[in-house]
Write a protein that binds this ligand. Structure first.
Ligand code: SF4
Length: 352
């Protein structure tokens, strides 16, 4: 890619002029607190702005500062995150904030190498915090920014490939406004959100249409180049609904990995017999299948849970660790992944 002939100064001017007149009134834009920018950027990953706003406001009421979040119980943090999904974001945010409290006296560092060492802060979030809160001319490249820039600068590299981000970062370093990197990065994000949408970009309203190489070639809708992502891997799961005198059995997921630390119904990947074997081995429960209660499918980016839920009659029970029998009315005190929330709601006799 060459920037020969690209009118960088005029581009910066046109972009920033538009942004100053069109920026949306978002709660994390009320000041330039690096903590708020950090939380908002983590919440916004894979999640729409409209969805994030109420979560962000509740989160800030509950944890208004780095100190308050660092001192909070992880279960409480996860509870506030419930429904936003991708829970490792909340766990990493909590761990990262603790690091900042312990190692930097509660102040988010403003140097790229230090901020990148903090748990949960990758190059995009680091660039967003450094530019928006600290006015450092650092790139903040996510999928939206890659889409917009692939069109403006006519970059045909596959944005699914990890090394492509580096190329976009290098391009931004050449065109970013050193006077106002905060608005420059936010303007690119805003342009992607409001005008340069994935399908049917609204070029007729675009403030930088005169600079856009893809538009000149009429290929804007063919960009960005995106190789095929792998389809999510299906996982056949059998889930146990064990009900004893109105209390059901739940257990906590492991502290590492997918949906770490959330609660779930006992389950296995495999057959119904394997579910019964598992209940016996892991929970010292002997039982028999009363019947299939429902089926449910939940798709993650890389995985698809195909869940069959079975009611199980308990014959014999021994006490064991890591599980809880809980009344339906008290389930809201526990954080469940969306898939199990749906199953619990669907199988709740009082909701019928
Ligand atoms: S002219 Fe069209 S394709 Fe180019 S940046 Fe603007 S909206 Fe996107």
């Amino acid at each position: 890619m060459t920037l020969t002939g690209f009118q960088t100064e005029q581009f910066q001017h046109d972009l920033l002029y538009w942004f100053e007149r069109n920026l949306r009134d978002l709660p994390w834009r009320k000041d330039r607190d690096p903590y708020k920018i950090w939380v908002s950027e983590i919440m916004l990953q894979q999640t729409r702005v409209d969805t994030v706003i109420p979560y962000f406001e509740r989160f800030m009421q509950r944890f208004p500062s780095i100190d308050r979040l660092a001192e909070a119980d992880l279960d409480d943090v996860i509870k506030q995150w419930e429904g936003l999904g991708y829970y490792s974001r909340a766990r990493n945010l909590h761990a990262g904030v603790k690091e900042v409290q312990e190692n930097y006296a509660g102040k988010v560092p403003d140097e790229p190498d230090k901020i990148l060492e903090i748990k949960g802060i990758g190059p995009y979030t680091a660039g967003a915090i450094l530019s928006i809160a600290y006015d450092k001319p650092e790139p903040a490249v996510d999928g939206n920014v890659m889409r917009v820039l692939s069109r403006i600068l006519h970059i045909e590299d596959d944005i699914q490939k990890a090394k492509t981000r580096k190329r976009f970062e290098a391009a931004i370093r050449e065109i970013i406004s050193v006077e106002n990197p905060s608005f420059f990065n936010q303007a690119l994000m805003e342009l992607g959100a409001l005008i340069c949408s994935p399908k049917s970009p609204k070029c007729e309203y675009c403030p930088v249409v005169g600079h856009c190489r893809a538009k000149k070639l009429g290929i804007q809708e063919l960009l960005p180049v995106k190789g095929k992502a792998k389809p999510p891997k299906p996982l056949e799961m059998k889930v146990a609904l064990l009900d004893r005198a109105g209390k059901i059995l739940i257990r906590k997921r492991p502290e590492q990995g997918l949906l770490a630390g959330l609660w779930e119904l006992p389950n296995v990947e495999g057959t119904v017999d394997q579910l019964l074997d598992h209940l016996h081995a892991a929970h010292h429960i002997s039982g028999q299948i009363r019947g299939k209660r429902m089926e449910y499918q939940h798709t993650f980016s890389h995985l698809q849970w195909k869940m069959e839920v079975y009611e199980i009659e308990v014959d014999e029970l021994d006490s064991s660790v890591g599980e809880v029998w809980v009344a339906r009315s008290e389930l809201d005190q526990y954080s469940f992944p969306v898939a199990f929330q749906k199953i619990l709601a669907e199988t709740n006799p009082t909701c019928k």
